[in-house]
Design a protein around this ligand. Sequence first.
Ligand code: ACO
Length: 439
Amino acid sequence: MQSCIKPPRMNGTVEMNIDGKSLEFPTIVGSEGEVGIDIGTLRAKTGAITIDPAYGNTGSCKSAITFIDGEKGILRYRGYDIADLAAKSTFVETSYLLIYGHLPNQTELKNFSTLLTGNQMLHEGMRYNFEGFPTTAHPMAILSAMINAASSYHPNLCCEVNRKQCFPNHAARLISQVRTIAAFSYRKAHGLPTVYPKSSLCYTENFLHMMFSAPNEDTVLKPEVVRALDLIFILHADHEQNCSTSTVRTVASSQANLFASCSAGVCALWGPLHGGANQAVLEMLEEIHQEGDDGTKFLNAVKNKTGNRKLMGFGHRVYKNFDPRAVIIKEQCDKVLAQLHVSDPLLDIAKKLEEIALNDDYFISRKLYPNVDFYSGIIMRAIGIPMDMFTVMFAIGRMPGWIANYKEVMDDTDARIVRPRQIYTGENLRSYTPMADRA
Ligand code: ACO
């Protein structure tokens, strides 16, 4: 099969020449001018499919939630620049924006906050689910399992009418309870008694309270710590069709419920190439520190691909310029460490690694820059979040983005179940060999 594609025409089509036959396919142009070729009829017309294993060239959906221009280092939620939101918004307000498409007015924000507060308690029965985990359980395993378990306490999640009518309640319940589950899993893993949420505290304060207070003594909430964590949540709140969000949309396309879909998102996020990178960055920095290296030896191993090492927290599928979140988080990192009078040798190593990498041809030629996870772990460590909870923080932050994407799938009247095809490369037909005749 021979093929050639001509560039998009003004009339919104492209011409593809396949085996001497000229075929037309419509183009779709996004609101920021990106062009997609709609090959929905390709197989019917030619018998061929496209193949793009890691989806680097494939748009899986149209979405109005988040815009990224990876070449220019732009990230916008619902049209608002990430730097603008980071400077002026809160995580709760940003969550509303992502899910409902506009900045809330005072009444909408108040109602949303009331819904979050009203849904912060877990069903008491869930306490017994926590008991079943060994103390060695990774908090991401507990988080994913418990989000799915929470759906058992809300059977109306599964009925289509309720799924739509009760969406605002379910969305608020999930955003609120993911924080409670996260804190409970930390307390469980450390053999500490659970601390219940307090209605008088705001979202992020409440999380820190459940993490660090004791039943007989409340932790002192430092405003700079609360703001730093709130900012981390805002910066992680959505990032268009990344691995975990695509997973949520795929599960949602089967009409699975919101909790089941987002629990799958937690699993996809866990890996070190995605959200798990924040933990992997700190492990890497600690290893470099323990070896007495200033980063030079480590970077040589990365460049020589010795032991398949990577500079964790660097590189991105979409950003081929600075990740705008990394710029904000680096600034915040310096600020928080100064405010808390923390001096961390790992921050010095991170800065040294960044400086060397940004001037080294290996990284320059591959357009590898620090991503959001390069400095986020150092802030979290400074404010007392244990390393195995870093990816959980990412999951709490990403929850509104997953929910917004779930809603988009649910509201799309043309949505079909996600079901890619494949190119089969296995054996051709052969007959069954009885056991006695096998070599
Ligand atoms: N360190 C060293 N080399 C790297 C890195 C890195 N962090 N990232 C990519 N490269 C190299 C690859 O080895 C490859 O080199 P080659 O051309 O010699 O084969 C080249 O750069 C292109 O890399 P790909 O693997 O094709 O990039 P891809 O888009 O598939 O992967 C990813 C993106 C997974 C983020 C990758 O850059 C990576 O593994 N980074 C480290 C993990 C990380 O920080 N993940 C978090 C991403 S942000 C997030 O999810 C929140």
